[in-house]
Design a protein. Structure first.
Length: 118
């Protein structure tokens, strides 16, 4: 059974940083791409970025590139989302997801709340 468990969310002041983790288990993810998404209250889910377990550079939403960094630790089956220069508009529930490359995301975590105060 595939499990994705996010952690690291919390309350941070504007301008601060936060690192989210997504621990994956339940299968071999070497052919998978991991994605980060977020959803703010009353808004649609927004794409943040992706990274492949097999290698290569992460891909980011243009509006977030430069402030957000995605990385992975294959040995720990964990993907990270490092967020810096946070703004109140970054407040959202952040989700990680997994899916086969070019086939969409089949598995989702439960989400972790990030709140940025002004």
């Amino acid at each position: 059974q595939v499990q994705l468990v996010e952690s690291g969310g919390g309350l941070v002041q504007a301008g601060g940083s936060l690192r989210l983790s997504c621990a994956a288990s339940g299968r071999t993810f070497s052919s998978y791409v991991m994605g980060w998404f977020r959803q703010a209250p009353g808004k649609e889910r927004e794409f943040v970025g992706t990274i492949k377990w097999s290698g290569g550079n992460p891909y980011y939403a243009a509006s977030l590139k430069g402030r957000f960094t995605i990385s992975r630790d294959n040995a720990k089956n964990t993907v990270y989302l490092q967020m810096s220069s946070l703004k109140p508009e970054d407040t959202a529930v952040y989700y990680c997801a997994a899916g086969l490359v070019d086939q969409g995301f089949d598995y989702w975590g439960q989400g972790t709340q990030v709140t940025v105060s002004s």
